[in-house]
Design a protein around this ligand. Structure first.
Ligand SMILES: NC(=O)C1=CN([C@@H]2O[C@H](COP(=O)(O)OP(=O)(O)OC[C@H]3O[C@@H](n4cnc5c(N)ncnc54)[C@H](O)[C@@H]3O)[C@@H](O)[C@H]2O)C=CC1
Ligand SMILES: O=C(O)CCC(=O)C(=O)O
Length: 432
């Protein structure tokens, strides 16, 4: 079967020129959106609408540091398209976050919500900072300052934030408290990923990894691989990566590699996952306790059945795609594989389950959290897990079938499924 990829050689060259040294997530996303919109039969005006967020706010946040000085932080909140409903998506605290990245991430949130059939468009936020070098007090003041700065454009019926890289339920709690104070009423539906006692949902903490696990279960069936005993390599040991390692270990797969920002651990006979889970810190760091570490890039190239990038973007690129020795790549992280690398993996017969499908479990349970907050009635962990399973299996099968029917790779198929809802809603509203 001939599989079509949205990346043409001249477009790759065009991308290379635009990238000016970095792998530009926004430009490559726009290329696939263009192709998906065209394949769905919409005109160029629809592409013009959907290729950029409708709104991106840049804010400056003064924070008093523990030593008495004032630091000014830069933050962003980007809202891609609100035709379907309020926008939704996480906030990352990271030294390298930038406006283009947040814009791309907000587009991906629209696609994820479209795939999981949630009544949302996509949003995303970020603050340039390194929380690993900040005290709890500084983090609290920064989180509250960010909410005050973006308060005009967010809210339970406008745009609903959530956790992402280096943010967690404590940060969500401070943000919710700040918003509730500003609005002078308790607003649990303003943000998801909260502690359970503040209206968080059972199963949200593990939801992203659960969703990835379900995608792995479906992908191995398609490839005729047995999960029991399959070798798995996971890049990143934070919320997504560490729970995934636990679930894979429990399922009888052999986790032979994990990593964090400092390096990677590899053991072809299988790592002691329970020990690593016990020793990791709240930022998903554990390799600093070991001397025998390899680099993240070396880990990605190890032979395995299943490779899961679960850390940051642009990890599998034109440079290393030929040296990936996995049968299946499941993207738990946002944007870990470039377009050029997607094409190479596809040509090499490696099944790639794209980020906007594989990592949709997080936002799906965030939606369940918001529904529970709105109705004031809460579900058990089993109820949440069952609802999530249905959404993930249905999403996987829809995209797999779309890729077979249209003879396109799984990423383009996922974009076609994901963008359809925003496009239809924009059309019905008479915008395009
Ligand atoms: N937390 C969630 O609900 C969701 C997360 N994701 C995506 O999953 C990925 C991981 O997110 P979380 O686990 O939530 O973050 P986290 O903050 O809990 O953990 C991040 C992990 O990545 C590692 N890391 C950071 N920089 C790295 C680098 N340069 N090289 C290698 N590893 C590095 C950290 O050491 C840590 O182990 C991100 O791409 C995020 O956008 C996607 C959907 C939902
Ligand atoms: O839980 C959410 O609302 C969003 C999670 C997120 O930021 C993501 O899927 O990238």
């Amino acid at each position: 079967m001939k599989v079509e990829s949205p990346v043409k050689s001249d477009q790759i060259q065009e991308l290379d020129h635009k990238q000016s040294g970095t792998l530009n997530l926004l430009n490559s996303t726009q290329l696939i959106i263009k192709e998906a919109v065209r394949k769905l039969g919409y005109n160029n005006k629809m592409y013009e609408l959907l290729k950029e967020p409708i709104r991106t706010l840049m804010v400056r946040i003064p924070v008093r540091m523990d030593n008495g000085s004032i630091e000014i932080f830069t933050g962003y909140r980007s809202q891609h398209n609100d035709a379907v409903g309020p926008t939704k998506g996480g906030v990352r605290f990271h030294p390298e976050v930038n406006e283009e990245e947040v814009k791309a991430l907000s587009i991906w949130m629209s696609l994820k919500c479209g795939i999981a059939n949630l009544p949302y468009g996509g949003g995303k936020g970020g603050i340039i900072c390194d929380p690993r070098n900040m005290s709890l007090g500084e983090l609290e003041r920064l989180s509250r300052g960010y909410v005050r700065a973006i308060s005009q454009i967010v809210g339970p019926t406008k745009d609903i934030p959530a956790p992402d890289v280096y943010t967690n339920s404590q940060i969500m709690a401070w943000m919710m408290d700040e918003y509730s104070r500003l609005r002078e009423f308790d607003s649990p539906g303003f943000i998801t990923g909260k502690p359970i006692v503040l209206g968080g949902s059972q199963g949200r903490e593990t939801a992203t990894a659960r969703g990835v696990t379900i995608c792995i279960e479906e992908a191995v069936k398609k490839k005729g691989i047995k999960l029991q005993g399959a070798r798995i390599v996971i890049q990143g040991f934070g919320n997504a990566g560490s729970f995934l390692a636990k679930f894979m270990h429990e399922a009888g797969a052999k986790v032979i590699g994990i990593s964090d920002a400092h390096g990677a651990l590899y053991d072809p006979t299988g790592l002691d996952i329970d020990y690593l889970l016990d020793r990791r810190d709240s930022f998903g760091t554990v390799t600093n306790l070991f001397t025998n570490v390899m680099t993240n890039q070396e880990l990605l190239e190890q032979e395995c059945e299943i490779l899961v990038p679960a850390a940051i973007s642009n990890q599998i690129t034109l440079e290393n795609a030929d040296r990936i020795h996995a049968s299946i790549v499941v993207e738990a992280a946002n944007g870990p594989t470039t377009l050029e690398a997607t094409k190479i993996l596809d040509e090499r017969g490696i099944l790639l389950v794209p980020d906007i499908l594989a990592s949709a479990g997080g936002v799906t349970v965030s939606y369940f959290e918001w529904v529970q907050n709105n109705q004031g009635y809460y579900w058990s962990e089993e109820q949440v897990a069952e609802k999530l399973r249905k959404v993930m299996i249905n999403s996987f099968e829809t995209i797999y079938q779309m890729s077979q029917t249209h003879e396109v790779d799984m990423r383009l198929a996922a974009y076609m499924v994901g963008i359809r809802k925003s496009a239809e809603a924009s059309h019905f509203r008479g915008w395009v």
